[in-house]
Design a protein around this ligand. Structure first.
Ligand SMILES: [Cu+2]
Length: 189
């Protein structure tokens, strides 16, 4: 499975390093750094405020696009990933920070996960998107918080929400992105 391949390489902390702005030798020559599975992560052109409310969950959004001209457009089968760290967090106020280090435009939507369900099982409609019914929040506003038109390549967006214990699914819902692997379970305990 693409999702397993993309999310299995959990030994990195690309977003944390990039967000801090002190990630050692700068890949300034290319504007990219190597990520897992052959992904080439872009450097971010903006960052979050230094202090964010609640517990922080970093979500890395990436893809193997070739140019920003694609916007959010992606065919089925394109290689892309959504990776949250940590993926288990204590209940209460949580700020999810979504960093788009890919080429395409992405977003982060937080959905409830039904009892017994696992991430990745939603069935996209004809438009390539899954239902956002029950959405608990969204980070899709380049270089700022909340809902917008999408997180453009190389930018960050964030959203602060309060979650009770339960199972949730973090997704990107640009057409075909969910089917292409942009989903991960978030457990709140
Ligand atoms: Cu996406």
């Amino acid at each position: 499975m693409l999702a397993a391949a993309g999310c299995g390489s959990v030994g990195y902390s690309a977003s944390a390093g990039m967000m801090g702005g002190s990630s050692g030798p700068s890949p300034a020559a290319t504007g990219m750094s190597s990520g897992p599975g052959g992904y080439h992560f872009r450097r971010l052109s903006c960052s979050t405020p230094p202090s964010l409310p609640g517990k922080r969950v970093d979500v890395t959004l990436a893809d193997m696009g070739m140019t920003q001209m694609m916007g959010g457009t992606a065919p089925r089968g394109a290689l892309m990933m959504l990776h949250a760290t940590p993926d288990i967090v204590a209940a209460g106020q949580i700020t999810l920070v979504a960093s788009n280090v890919g080429w395409r435009t992405h977003e982060l939507v937080i959905l409830p996960l039904a009892a017994g369900a696992t991430a990745g099982l939603r069935v996209p409609g004809g438009d390539g998107k899954v239902s956002e019914t029950g959405s608990l929040g969204e980070a899709s506003n380049s270089c700022t918080n909340g809902t917008g038109a999408g997180i453009t390549a190389g930018t960050v967006s964030w959203v602060t929400i309060t979650l009770p214990p339960g199972h949730y699914e973090l997704i990107c819902n640009f057409p075909n992105h969910y089917a292409d692997g942009m989903h991960q379970e978030l457990d709140v305990i």
